[in-house]
Design a protein around this ligand. Structure first.
Ligand SMILES: C[S@@+](CC[C@H](N)C(=O)[O-])C[C@H]1O[C@@H](n2cnc3c(N)ncnc32)[C@H](O)[C@@H]1O
Length: 509
């Protein structure tokens, strides 16, 4: 395989003090997520997000200092005199490069934010530093990626329940550490790549976040004697042969072995009841059931929810990641790399590659863990963080109501976001009813097929009566023995609770 070049660019060297002064300067010019959006307007902002710079360039023409910063950092233009403090120090530190006409950005620096759940008007004013996202810059083996789709996917799934400390494993530009700093007293952010740690250090200093400790080392080695309340990680998860072409992407271990190893070691680094949230990829191997493969990795004593979001065939997998690396797909070296990668997948009998979320939580001794592996394809109505937190709460509740007796004694309410959809098929006699499904409008928009007694049971769940009394009424109305109804319906009731279709009375979705 052709190898990516090893770090031709030195790590950024921006002191904390310089970053603080730069942050002040950027804020003074209004270079914030809302400032940029307001300046560009919705159309030009959307065009820029699509990688079309010209509309944004026009919008900056009369915009003074803010316009200059947008052109410098977001459009990649040379600016003769951008309104920044200590330009010489920023050039020496690797953020800017001199050109005959002024300076240009040598790294990617952009405002980044998160709404404050406790203060609707509040927004985190952060700056994320990363390497430039150009094809040339992406050829660096130690390329430090910015806030990409996977970063946002993980960040928007993070459970926000406050904790004392969080580990961000493989921090890269520091984006997950920024998010974790909102719900965690302290954060320890690790990375195997010194260049990533130098970049994260600048991101945190530029964002005024001072509660993160940065530690160098592979996997869990730098925290081998520590335990955390939460672990978050967007690790190098792209399955392929054992090699490191790009440190942000390749684990150095064959296939999905690194994810299996990380899951094995995680619980020892969590305090009792601690949670871990990861992105990951797993192989679909011919003759093997993929959920069984992933389930086998979950260590004893852990609840686990594995949510498969995407499945790609080998060609799409290789093509996607080569394109992501900015390679020319028809160049001979790239084709040779693709051939070797596809050969490896074929030799390993890989039919497809799955990608998704992994949520783990250690459970106290003696309590039965819950492991659920399921598919959740398609668009999501909402970020998954509320669903992840809800899943943990509901799994706890189900554990406390593990016996049929306990469940039958419970009062449940139907989610206010649930609707019943009936559907029909056309035949000789016109439309005839073919079935019904209960559908949630929020979160993952779960959909469950239901028969008439199940639909009636759901409608009756107003929290007024315990389940056993509802079953007695159903038995009478549908003329079915109550025991048969209960035995047929209780597994589905547990599913409804797990997916938040039915809620323990008095709780909100
Ligand atoms: C996919 S990037 C994620 C970066 C960032 N956390 C995000 O969410 O955008 C993976 C990160 O893991 C780091 N990494 C790669 N191999 C590692 C290892 N063995 N141990 C720790 N970190 C590693 C890379 O340097 C890179 O910063």
């Amino acid at each position: 395989m052709n190898a990516a070049r090893s770090s031709p660019t030195p790590s950024p060297a921006l002191s904390d003090d310089l970053c603080a002064r730069l942050q002040d300067g950027l804020l003074e010019q209004g270079f914030t997520t809302t400032g940029v959006r307001d300046l560009l307007g919705a159309g030009a902002h959307a065009a820029l997000t699509r990688g079309e710079p010209e509309a944004a360039a026009r919008a900056t023409r009369e915009a003074g200092g803010l316009g200059s910063l947008v052109r410098l950092f977001l459009l990649g233009d040379t600016e003769p005199a951008p309104p920044l403090p200590e330009i010489d120090a920023l050039v020496a530190g690797g953020l800017l490069a001199r050109t005959p006409d002024g300076v240009r950005a040598a790294m990617d620096l952009r405002p980044y934010g998160e709404d404050d759940p406790d203060d609707p008007a509040g927004e985190a004013l952060w700056y994320v530093l990363s390497d430039l996202d150009t094809p040339a810059a992406r050829q660096d083996r130690d390329h430090v990626t910015g806030v990409g789709g996977a970063s946002l996917t993980l960040a928007s799934s993070l459970v926000r329940t406050p904790v004392r400390d969080t580990l961000d494993l493989g921090t890269g530009c520091g984006v997950q550490a920024l998010h974790a700093s909102r719900f965690s007293g302290r954060v320890t952010a690790t990375d195997v790549a010194p260049r990533a740690l130098a970049t994260a250090r600048a991101t945190l200093a530029l964002s005024g976040v001072h509660t993160v400790d940065l530690v160098e080392g592979p996997w869990l080695a730098p925290v081998a004697d520590r335990r955390f309340d939460a672990i978050v990680s967007n690790p190098p998860f792209v399955p392929g042969p054992a090699r490191v072409e790009y440190v942000y992407r390749d684990s150095g271990q064959a296939g999905d072995a690194a994810l299996a190893g990380l899951l094995h070691d995680l619980p020892a680094r969590l305090r009792p009841g601690g949670r871990a949230q990861l992105l990951g990829s797993w192989l679909h191997v011919r003759g093997e059931d993929w959920p069984d493969r992933v389930r086998a990795w979950i260590p004893e004593g852990c609840d686990a929810w594995i949510v498969q979001r995407e499945v790609t065939d080998p060609a799409l997998h290789v093509g996607t990641w080569q394109r992501d690396a900015g390679l020319d797909l028809s160049a001979p070296a790239t084709r040779a790399q693709a051939a070797a990668w596809l050969d490896w997948l074929e030799d390993e009998r890989v039919e497809a590659v799955g990608f998704g979320f992994l949520l783990l939580r250690t459970v106290p001794d003696g309590r039965a863990p819950e492991i659920v592996v399921e598919d959740l394809p398609g668009e999501l109505a909402d970020p998954l963080n509320a669903e992840m937190a809800g899943w943990l709460d509901r799994v706890d509740w189900l554990r406390d109501h593990a016996t049929d007796e306990a469940l039958l004694g419970a009062r449940l309410t139907l989610s206010p976001n649930a609707t019943l959809e009936r559907y029909a098929v056309a035949g000789d006699e016109g439309w005839s009813d073919a079935g019904a499904a209960v559908v949630l409008a929020d979160g993952p928009q779960w959909r469950h097929e239901v028969d008439e007694p199940a639909a009636a049971l759901l409608a009756g769940c107003s929290g007024a009566l315990p389940l056993e009394e509802l079953f007695a009424l159903l038995s009478y109305a549908h003329d079915r023995p109550v025991d048969a109804l209960v035995q047929a319906a209780l597994p589905a009731v547990r599913e409804f609770v797990r997916h938040g279709v039915l809620l323990p009375a008095g709780t909100a979705r």
